[in-house]
Design a protein around this ligand. Sequence first.
Ligand SMILES: [Zn+2]
Length: 206
Amino acid sequence: MDESIFTEEEIKELNKISQLPEEEQKKVLPEFLKKLSPEQLNVLKQSQPSQCPYCLIAEGKIKAKKIYEDNELVAALEINPASLGHAIVFPKKHFSVLAQLKDVGNLFNIINKISSVLFETLKAQGTNILVSNGPAAGQIIPHLVVEIIPRFEKDKISFNLPRKKASEEDLEKILSLLKGKIVLEKKEPEKPKEPIKISKKQERMP
Ligand SMILES: [Zn+2]
């Protein structure tokens, strides 16, 4: 492990945690991870792939306030919420980014359902649905997580996107790069193992 980006104190604490029994580790590790920078988390993650907190939740090794679970996904309350009801959904398998999922159907159906429930139950006036793909997008832990943030008027949450007017030339340039590229791969229809036999009697049926 490249230990130079950790302070002496952090290394001491990390060593102390690693010597604790698993039950104790579960209690103190999440708190310790919260204090680290994205760079430090990345180094830690690379050296201990089994310590991904989302994988640990999926394996039941870290407790989470789960609101939904199926064979592929877990949805839970974010422990550092932007607003109360801030939920996270993630695949149980360790996918880093959305592009690694072949089919996002189940994921986005659940996201949509959670969002609707936040509107109904918490009387949210809006929701933001956020995916951060990669460290450049602010992803800290390389495990795909979708955040659903309930919004209320005057909640003071701001994404502060710096927007400026683009030139016609720049827009045309980007348009020509992207146009025609957004094509979904066709899924092979599942073939039945045995050819379906149709008797003459059935063929005559409407
Ligand atoms: Zn993971």
